[in-house]
Design a protein around this ligand. Structure first.
Ligand code: GLP
Length: 281
């Protein structure tokens, strides 16, 4: 134990101390399950380490700009290989929680939220994955006739009544995005009774309405904040914003939601990974 503590103190400074409890009766502390890699767990070790590191950010123990321990240090602390530690770090870099600096190490990201363009996730999931608390202010929730564009996306007739939900989305109380979700499915008017200030839309659709969200198409565009957007997002008028238009499909290729969102440009990163096809020569 003394050795481990020494290792931690050794790379102190702005370096992060890995908080962990020890199974030592003498010192009266117990194992902290969030700081332990369970060898017999069905969960892969890299995944367990990812969750441990995520928890450190969530708990505020690791803060923006902090240097995280190296692969070797993590390997020694958790009794795992450097490769395993590398995989966990790389995935959290890809998710935007960490960033690497050549020759300096890996750091906890500043303020940017990363939205993965690989998995279909909702706002609540993205913010929780980053270790922050999602928040929502419902701006309006009404049934109204679909306009031409929305009707085309939802594959319905223009003028058909659809459910429209406008929300201000926050992370740790800070406004990040304004979202207009427009939904069509049989009985969608029941959504008027839901409390979306408290509950996630995706979760509600899946858990309460039995709708499986399968895939989505999304467009991304740069723009400048207008007066209303700037006011809601608490940014200066004409600040850069990112506009997204997403059509989300349920089973059998049925469009369920057409959503238009405006994200603060300075607080969001959209991440995607690409593979080059093997071209035939
Ligand atoms: C993203 C999408 C929206 C979707 C929302 C669901 O932000 N751009 O189209 O409505 O996630 O988020 P939640 O499940 O947190 O309500």
């Amino acid at each position: 134990m003394i050795e481990l503590v020494y290792t931690i103190n050794h790379f102190a400074c702005r370096c992060l101390a890995l908080r962990f409890s020890v199974p030592c009766e003498k010192h009266g502390v117990e194992w902290d399950s969030m700081s332990t890699i369970f060898r017999k767990s069905p969960l892969p070790r890299y995944y367990q380490l990812k969750e441990i590191m995520r928890e450190k950010i969530r708990a505020g123990e690791w803060k923006s700009g902090d240097l995280i321990p190296s692969e070797r240090e993590l390997g020694e602390l958790y009794g795992i290989s450097r490769m395993t530690a590398r995989q966990a770090i790389t995935e959290l870099v890809n998710e935007g929680l960490f960033y690497r600096e050549q020759g300096r190490g890996t750091f906890v990201s500043q303020h940017k939220i990363t939205q993965q363009l690989i998995h279909l996730t909702g706002f609540t999931e993205d913010i929780k994955a980053r270790g922050q608390h999602p928040g929502t202010k419902v701006l309006s929730a009404v049934m109204r006739p679909a306009d031409e564009k929305t009707a085309e996306r939802l594959r319905i007739q223009a003028g058909q009544m659809i459910y429209c939900l406008q929300r201000l989305r926050l992370a740790d109380g800070e406004p990040l995005a304004i979202e207009l979700s427009q939904l069509n499915f049989l009985g969608c008017e029941r959504l008027l009774e839901e409390d979306f200030a408290q509950h996630s839309l995706y979760r509600t659709l899946e858990a309460k309405y039995g709708i499986s969200l399968v895939e989505a198409e999304q467009e991304l565009e740069a723009s400048l904040a207008g007066e209303d957007e700037a006011h809601l997002l608490n940014i200066a008028i004409a600040s850069p914003v990112l506009l997204t238009r997403r059509t989300t499909y349920a089973d059998r290729d049925t469009p369920i939601e057409y959503a238009k969102s405006t994200y603060c440009g300075s607080k969001y990163t959209f991440y995607t990974s690409m593979k080059r096809e093997q071209l035939l020569s």
